[in-house]
Design a protein around this ligand. Structure first.
Ligand SMILES: [Ca+2]
Ligand SMILES: [Ca+2]
Length: 254
């Protein structure tokens, strides 16, 4: 097998390893992300371009409140299209969630151009809670000498699918941290489709906060499915993938 990493689709492990960790000289490094599938997350998480990006002009917004007063919060995710904010949910989904909407939108046409203020009354929108997501890219934030984080773009391949795991590796043993991004979502709603173009994206760091994509043939990674955890044990990387066996990779000796 070619590539820096060899892996197995089963529990077998291939020989040839390395995967040194923690040996890098690095500045404080933080990757901040957030999950498109879960609406707007608070705190560190992951993000991606994916299909959401094409829908966003300015921001994605989440309005939430117990609109029908039944004890459960009703989230309404909205995207901007040509400058106007529209709910992400379809009419059917909205009616399933809020039965009071059945009389307001008796057909699809009436809902087609409806914005938030067309759906809810001013009284209902009073006290509504509001969150915004202005950037859905998986990005690198470098901690600068000014004690502030500065966003730096990652290669386009980092945006191919939602990222759920970030692991530091130093695959070429040059002392500079490299990062491995994994993720994917195969259970996205039909109108978004699958986001599964991440096969284990290895980005080589130059120690100065810049990262270059290492092609899949070069890296050897060919990880399919929804990766939700990657653990490094010694010279091995173990991949926890939804509804699949654990996959293991070893770093080839150079
Ligand atoms: Ca409710
Ligand atoms: Ca390195």
């Amino acid at each position: 097998m070619g590539g820096y990493f060899n892996g197995s689709g089963t529990h077998r492990l291939y020989e040839v390893l390395i995967v040194p960790r923690g040996s890098a000289k690095d500045d404080a490094i933080v990757l901040i992300t957030d999950h498109p599938e879960g609406g707007v997350d608070q705190g560190p998480a992951t993000t991606t371009h994916n299909d959401f990006r094409g829908r966003i002009v300015d921001v994605a917004e989440l309005f939430f409140k117990d609109f029908d007063d039944n004890g459960s919060v009703d989230p309404v995710l909205c995207f901007y299209i040509q400058g106007k904010s529209y709910p992400y949910v379809t009419r059917d989904e909205l009616l399933d969630q809020l039965s009071m909407m059945r009389t307001r939108f008796t057909d699809y046409k009436s809902y087609a151009d409806a914005g938030l203020k067309d759906i809810f009354t001013a009284d209902e929108l009073k006290d509504v809670k509001h969150l915004q997501a202005t950037d859905l890219e998986t990005s690198f934030f470098e901690f600068g000498t000014d004690n502030r984080f500065h966003k730096k773009k990652l290669p386009l391949q980092a945006q191919f699918a939602p990222v759920f795991t970030i692991n530091e590796v130093d695959y070429n043993k040059d002392g500079n941290k490299d990062i491995l991004l994994c993720g994917n979502i195969n259970h996205a709603r039909l109108r978004f489709g699958k986001c599964d173009a991440n096969y284990g994206i290895l980005l080589e760091g130059d120690g100065k906060g810049n990262f270059n994509y290492i092609t899949q043939p070069q890296s050897g990674f060919n990880v399919w499915g929804d990766v939700r955890s990657v653990i490094s044990l010694g010279n091995y990387l173990f991949f926890g993938i939804n509804q699949k066996e654990i996959k293991a990779y070893q770093l080839n000796r150079k």
